[in-house]
Design a protein around this ligand. Structure first.
Ligand code: GRF
Length: 232
């Protein structure tokens, strides 16, 4: 059963405990980095248990790189094209950057490369992704279009552990919004994105604290009701 709380729940962030140790967080992006920005904003709270340490993009022109630097976070690009078809060679270079920065936990935030089993295994349990659907519904692309085509009444996003299968790993948390009459892909995507920005920091906090996500809450963000929950 979902328990609704009126405001941000202490169980997600444990705001009352200011003496948290922080997991060094690497954030992998490919584009604008709005989820990355939500994580960097969360890190302004000393009670949030992750320390954004490195932002890495596979696309040198990703808008998120400059945004990360404006937060004072080290940001770098490794162009996957340089490695041609050798995906693992690209990933070994990414891995080396992450390890050199002392990264302990990785958040994929719009990182548009499917990772090989080598990388996934190397970071097993420490590799987290956000996906714009209520998994197991709609793995892969065009999630908003598919939710509309199916006539779904609710849609949302999922934060999950990354395993070898694409968008298949164990769910850490989900956030749900209502689909409205007249919604288009764009209007739906915009509301799901608000949900993503609420969900991702909470789930990473739970992972860094090694559990404790048995929380449900409803947040109103810019007039959008976002219902957040974690599997039991
Ligand atoms: C988000 O919708 C995320 O769920 C998906 O890619 C998009 C990235 O957007 N994996 P942003 O770069 O974080 O704004």
């Amino acid at each position: 059963m979902k328990v609704r709380t009126p405001s941000l729940s202490a169980s997600w962030f444990q705001r009352e405990d200011r003496r948290v140790s922080r997991a060094r967080l690497g954030i992998l992006i490919s584009g604008r980095g709005s989820n990355m920005e939500a994580l960097l904003q969360a890190a302004a709270d000393p009670a949030w248990p992750c320390e954004p340490t490195l932002v890495l993009s596979n696309r040198p022109n990703a808008g998120g790189l400059e945004k990360a630097r404006s937060f004072g976070v080290m940001a770098t690009a490794l162009d996957h094209k340089i490695y041609g078809k050798d995906r693992e060679a690209f990933e070994r270079a990414v891995d080396a950057e992450l390890r050199a920065a002392g990264v302990e936990l990785i958040a994929l935030a719009g990182f548009m490369r499917v990772l090989t089993p080598w990388f996934v295994n190397a970071w097993a349990g420490k590799l987290i992704n956000i996906h714009p659907s209520l998994l197991p519904k709609y793995p892969g692309v065009d999630t908003h279009k598919r939710a509309l085509a199916a006539g779904d009444a609710v849609h949302g996003c999922t934060v999950h552990q990354v395993t070898a299968g694409v968008d298949e790993g164990p769910v850490i948390g989900q956030a749900e919004i209502d689909v409205l009459a007249g919604d288009t892909e764009d209007t739906l995507a915009a509301r799901v994105l608000k949900a993503e920005h609420l969900l991702y920091p909470r789930c990473l906090a739970a992972v860094a604290r090694k559990g404790g996500t048995r929380v449900a809450e409803t947040v109103i963000a810019d007039g959008v009701e976002v219902r957040l929950f974690a599997p039991h």
